[in-house]
Every structure is written in C-alpha cells, then in structure tokens.
Design a protein around this ligand. Structure first.
Ligand SMILES: NC(=O)c1ccc[n+]([C@@H]2O[C@H](COP(=O)([O-])OP(=O)(O)OC[C@H]3O[C@@H](n4cnc5c(N)ncnc54)[C@H](OP(=O)(O)O)[C@@H]3O)[C@@H](O)[C@H]2O)c1
Length: 282
C-alpha cells in the first residue's frame, strides 16, 4: 500500500470521504459499516467537514470511530469560509471535535477562500495548532496563485496539505499545481478521485479504456481510477462510498501498480493538460 506523509504522519494513500453521508437516518448502519470496512481494509484517513450535512457527517464519523483506537485514525475536518476568522474559528473547531468525539483532529483545513483576510485565517489556524486542537492545518481549493500568496505570510509555509479536485477526467492540476506543491513539500489531497458520479456528469467508471486496464489487473474501473490518482507522488485520494463492499474495494486499490502501457492507454483517452486551466471545484 502506497503512503503519503502529512506533517510527519505517514498514512495509506487512500482514505475515506464522507460528503453526503449521515443525512439519512435509515442509511446510518450501512454508512457506519462502510467506514468500518474501509478502515479494516487499511485506510486511516477520514475526511469530513463542518459543512457536510451541517455537522451530520461529523456526527456519523464520531459514531463510527467511537471504539477505534485514536492512533489508527487520521482525521481531517474543515472550517467554512464564513467561520474562518479570529472570532469564530475556535468555536467551529470545538463543535467539530465534539461531534467527532475527539480532543484534536489531525488536520484542519480552510475549506475554500472567502471574505476573511487570508492573514487572519492563517494566524488563527496556526494558533489552534499551537494549543493542540489540531495537529496541523492546511487549505483546500487553492490554486498556484493562492499558494504563492499564502507563502508570503509569516506562517503560510506551515501549511501541511492542500485539498483539490483531481481525477483522470480532470487533470488540470498536473499542469503546474502538482509540481509547485512537490517543490514546496506540500502534500496534495485529491477529492472527487473517482469523478463524483451522481454529482458530476462523469462516466469514468464505465469508460471502455479504463475497463480495459481494469481487466488486465482483475480490478474494477474504480480501482484503476484510484490507483492512477495515487500513483502521483505525495497524493492522497479520499473516495466516498456508502457501500461497505465498495469502500473496501476502493482502499485495496492502493496496492495496484499501473504499468507504463496502462498509462499510455489512460493518457490517450484522457490527455494530460497542455496549458494552465482554471481549477476545477465541486
Ligand atoms: N475540499 C473540498 O472542497 C471537497 C469537495 C468535494 C469533496 N470533498 C471530499 O472528497 C470526498 C470524495 O469526493 P466526492 O464524494 O465528491 O466524489 P468521489 O469520491 O469521486 O465519488 C463519490 C461517488 O462515487 C460512488 N463510488 C465511490 N466508489 C465507488 C466504487 N468503487 N464503485 C462505484 N461507485 C463508487 C459513490 O457512490 P456509493 O456511495 O453508492 O458507493 C459516490 O456517489 C468527499 O466525500 C469529501 O470528503 C472535498
């Protein structure tokens, strides 16, 4: 299983997303089982946010992890832009910690840029790290120009990761962002790594070329999509599945090694960017 190191913590390169989970009471048992199946298959990272279901995803995660030893988990949560201020952020993080049932998260991300000055947000993220409510902080939906601005701030280079949309059908970040992050030792967290079917009009999971590569590895198309994402250095993927069998299958994709010929097939179907593209967001 490939790994990624974030602020000194080495974690398996495929974790678990939680957006749209925890909303429907009748699905709770199945969703908790999906989180347990992903963890049993070797995942450590769980990605959530105060935004998801207005806290319901964090509450679901809290129920799922209550009997899991804390050192077997790497918990990521995120603060909404409107709460990313000196006056409001700590209250947001305290509420997230309460819902999750833990004393600290491992990584606290600024979910996306809003109106609060970046300097104020970063100072508060750093303060909450210093007082031990999160082990590290980072950002999400930042492009190269945002990161360059961040790096000008006194504590900016203390950011531990940036989380952006990245999958085989959305490769814009490969043009310059991934290289910038590698040069600055900033790990990349890939959201919507299987193309967010259901929310986006993507059909990566039924693409004939992806299926062709999948057949070679006796894998599913979704596993190939994930193996491809995490084949990039210091890239963590956080697929979301509410289905225990699929959650397990997703995590096990971290063991698949794509060959040069697999890459040729995938690159031909989904070419790498040849120019800077606007950052895709969901
Ligand atoms: N930072 C941000 O701004 C941001 C934005 C978006 C997402 N995220 C995070 O990233 C996570 C993942 O992104 P995402 O949820 O947008 O998209 P995604 O993980 O690419 O896609 C999720 C969808 O794919 C389906 N799926 C997953 N694995 C599958 C498999 N093996 N076979 C068939 N279908 C499969 C799921 O359905 P089933 O549940 O039915 O399996 C779900 O509908 C989120 O949950 C969230 O934690 C962060």
């Amino acid at each position: 299983m490939q790994t990624v190191t974030i602020a000194g913590s080495e974690v398996p390169a495929i974790g678990l997303g939680t957006w749209n989970m925890g909303d429907e009471p009748s699905l709770q048992t199945q969703e908790i089982n999906a989180i347990h199946a992903g963890l049993a298959a070797g995942a450590k990272v769980i990605d959530t946010a105060e935004m998801y279901g207005s806290g319901r995803a964090e509450t679901l995660v809290g129920k799922a992890i209550k009997d899991v030893p804390r050192d077997q988990l790497y918990l990521i949560s995120k603060v909404l832009p409107t709460n990313a201020s000196k006056n409001r952020m700590e209250r947001s993080l305290d509420a997230s910690l309460k819902r999750l049932g833990v004393d600290e998260v491992d990584l606290y991300l600024y979910h996306w840029r809003g109106q609060i000055p970046l300097s104020e947000t970063v100072a508060e993220l750093q303060r909450l790290t210093t007082i031990g409510k999160t082990k590290a902080w980072g950002i999400s939906n930042f492009d190269v120009t945002d990161l360059e601005e961040l790096w000008q701030l006194p504590d900016g280079p203390k950011a531990a990761a940036n989380e952006d949309l990245f999958n085989l059908g959305s490769r814009g970040v490969e043009y310059s962002l991934l290289g910038w992050q590698a040069d600055h030792h900033l790990p990349f967290i890939a959201y919507s790594p299987v193309g967010a079917p259901g929310q986006l009009d993507t059909h990566l999971g039924s693409d004939p070329d992806v299926l062709k590569v999948a057949k070679r590895h006796q894998a599913t198309a979704y596993q190939i999509l994930l193996a491809w994402v995490v084949s990039h250095q210091q890239v963590l993927a956080i697929p979301q599945s509410s289905n225990p069998d699929l959650a397990k299958e997703n995590v096990l994709a971290g063991d698949i090694q794509l060959t040069a010929d697999d890459r040729r097939v995938l690159d031909k179907a989904y070419p790498a960017p040849t120019e800077k593209l606007p950052l895709d967001v969901l």
